[in-house]
Design a protein around this ligand. Structure first.
Ligand code: ADP
Ligand code: ZN
Length: 215
């Protein structure tokens, strides 16, 4: 399947994407994970992205398109991909449309995961992430804590609160979402690709996607 997952930070895009990869071998492509990996590895991309990310601002469109242009041409994308956290602005959506046309790739749909703001705020402040950039497993101190406090079940690395998950950075990320990313809902509706899920459970979102894809 070839999907775009839309939704505010904390809507569950990453969780849904991980679950979908198990259905048919499609790969999850998270620009946030790629950028955090680059920051930790200290690459040129990481150096350019770091300050934006820490402040909860978007990384410039040109940097993101550079990443995605090469990522979408890697062979593992042949089976399908789940775009998680990309596109995030109208210019990115326009550039993606052009890129996909050039690569002869057709999207199945764009799924808008629409979760109420109070649920989002609660999730983001209680979310914890594995610090190993090859893992980045997601936990929640209330609903899904690691078996041993502060230690990743999957890889044993420390589980931490992301630097952009302070209250200030979170409210800034949500503002940025409303201003820059929410307009993509109208964009993909016009393209005839939009489906909306207002379920708060990831299982329900998965079921809706399966139903729409006839799986
Ligand atoms: P979340 O969806 O929880 O906000 P992500 O892990 O998707 O977090 O992104 C973390 C940060 O990485 C964003 O706040 C932003 O700085 C940067 N980022 C990720 N994807 C993009 C993108 N498509 N365009 C611009 N910046 C991005
Ligand atoms: Zn881990």
């Amino acid at each position: 399947m070839k999907l775009i997952l839309l939704g505010a930070p904390g809507a569950g895009k990453g969780t849904v994407a991980k679950m979908l990869t198990e259905l048919d071998g499609s790969v999850q492509i998270s620009t946030g994970d790629i950028l955090r990996g680059a920051v930790q590895a200290g690459t040129e991309l990481g150096k350019q992205a770091e300050a934006f990310m820490k402040a909860g601002d978007l990384v410039p469109d040109e940097l993101i398109m550079g990443i995605m242009e090469s990522r979408l041409q890697e062979p593992d994308c042949d089976k399908g991909f789940l775009l998680d956290g990309f596109p995030r602005t109208i210019p990115q959506a326009d550039a993606l449309k052009e890129l996909l046309a050039k690569l002869n790739i057709e999207l199945d749909m764009a799924v808008n995961i629409d979760v109420p703001r109070d649920v989002i705020l609660d999730r983001l402040t209680t979310r914890r992430t594995c610090s190993n950039t090859d893992c980045q497993a997601i936990y929640n101190v209330k609903s899904n804590p690691p078996k041993q406090e502060g230690v990743c079940d999957m890889c044993g690395s420390p589980v931490v609160q992301r630097e952009d998950e302070t209250e200030e950075a979170i409210s800034h990320r949500l503002e940025t979402y409303n201003e820059k990313t929410a307009p993509l809902i109208g964009f993909y509706d016009k393209e005839g690709l939009l489906i909306t899920s207002d379920a708060t459970s990831s299982d329900a979102v998965i079921n809706l996607i399966k139903e729409k894809l006839g799986l």
